[in-house]
Design a protein around this ligand. Structure first.
Ligand SMILES: Cc1cc2nc3c(=O)[nH]c(=O)nc-3n(C[C@H](O)[C@H](O)[C@H](O)COP(=O)(O)OP(=O)(O)OC[C@H]3O[C@@H](n4cnc5c(N)ncnc54)[C@H](O)[C@@H]3O)c2cc1C
Length: 286
């Protein structure tokens, strides 16, 4: 087995064009190395891309693009990211411990496609698209289409995920990410919920975006819950109805962290808290 480091995106793409099928891209290595140690993967080449600094950080050039090699620590602490994508920053701050956040990347979190990946739900409520590059060109896909299921994505073997573009919240808008675990660090989500609410001038919900993780094979937008919230003034009964719609949309499993019924049980409460936070944040923004 070979471990190769590349010095540019072009070099990485040329290498993937050559041996993509046999290569495993390594960014922070926090998923890959564990999978290798567990003998779940055994590539003939590890292609280390972690030093490609052109794939790091947030750039505002018409749209907001976040480099795939941006670490969770960067997402959680960079004032530009915190201001543009508060829910994403909150999600990144809950990943593992600070050691994991220091090396683990956004691109790795998305490409690994764990049902509990924390960054996915906040990106789904921001209408995120992924940028996939190969030697012969580039394509963009909605994140929702990129994620196919547990540990499965639409990425081709010769493609590199280079960036994620997303839409920040606008005026009179608040968003948040809430994660439920048994403790507050080193914990993969039992359930996670990202909510973005935009209000009209008189306080009705103009647009609602709700995305859940760890309660289905992949994170998803809960569109039925969104339609219940839209047009409302977030009365108690409406939020409760949206909570029931959210539970109906979930397809959780029993695993070592929690039972499926517990996961269903906690979703409405998470929604109530998330909605209240969004409302507060939208008001603060005025
Ligand atoms: C102790 C511990 C705690 C953790 N806690 C959490 C948690 O709370 N929440 C959470 O969501 N995750 C958690 N994780 C998982 C992991 O840290 C994250 O998924 C992290 O974001 C992975 O990023 P990475 O750069 O380390 O990816 P890597 O391990 O380098 O790669 C992961 C996958 O993505 C592919 N890949 C990486 N970058 C690219 C790219 N640019 N283009 C194409 N393919 C690419 C790799 O080939 C591999 O298949 C934890 C991991 C550990 C070890």
């Amino acid at each position: 087995m070979e471990f190769r480091t590349v010095g540019s995106i072009e070099e990485a793409l040329a290498c993937l064009a050559d041996v993509g099928d046999e290569a495993q891209v390594v960014a922070g290595g926090t998923d890959v190395m564990i999978q290798h140690m567990r003998r779940e993967i055994n590539p003939s080449l590890f292609l280390y891309i972690g030093n490609l600094c052109e794939m790091e950080g947030l750039t505002k050039n018409g749209s907001h693009a976040i480099g795939a090699l941006t670490t969770h620590r960067h997402l959680a602490t960079d004032p530009l990211v915190v201001a543009a994508f508060p829910a994403l920053a909150e999600a990144a701050s809950t990943v593992g411990s600070w050691q994991t956040q220091e090396v683990g990347t956004l691109g790795g979190n998305l490409c690994n496609a764990s049902p509990a990946a924390d960054t996915v739900a906040p990106l789904l409520i921001a209408d995120a698209q992924v940028e996939l590059r190969r030697a012969s060109g580039v394509r963009r896909l909605p994140l929702d289409e990129f994620l196919l299921g547990r540990r499965s994505t639409a990425r081709l073997p010769d493609e590199l995920l280079t960036a994620v573009t997303a839409r920040p919240p606008g005026e009179r808008c608040g968003e948040t990410y809430l994660k439920l675990g048994r403790r507050s660090a080193m914990e993969v989500a039992i359930a996670g919920l990202a909510v973005r609410l935009t209000f009209d001038a008189v306080g009705n919900v103009e647009s609602a975006k709700v995305a859940a993780c760890a309660v289905a094979p992949r994170a998803y937008r809960a569109v039925e819950a969104e339609s219940v919230l839209e047009g409302s003034r977030l009365e108690e009964g409406t939020v409760a109805e949206a909570g029931r719609a959210l539970v109906d949309s979930a397809t959780p499993i029993d695993d070592a962290r929690a039972s499926a019924s517990y996961r269903r049980h906690v979703l409405p409460g998470l929604l109530v808290r998330a909605v209240a936070t969004c409302r507060e944040r939208a008001v603060e923004q005025r």
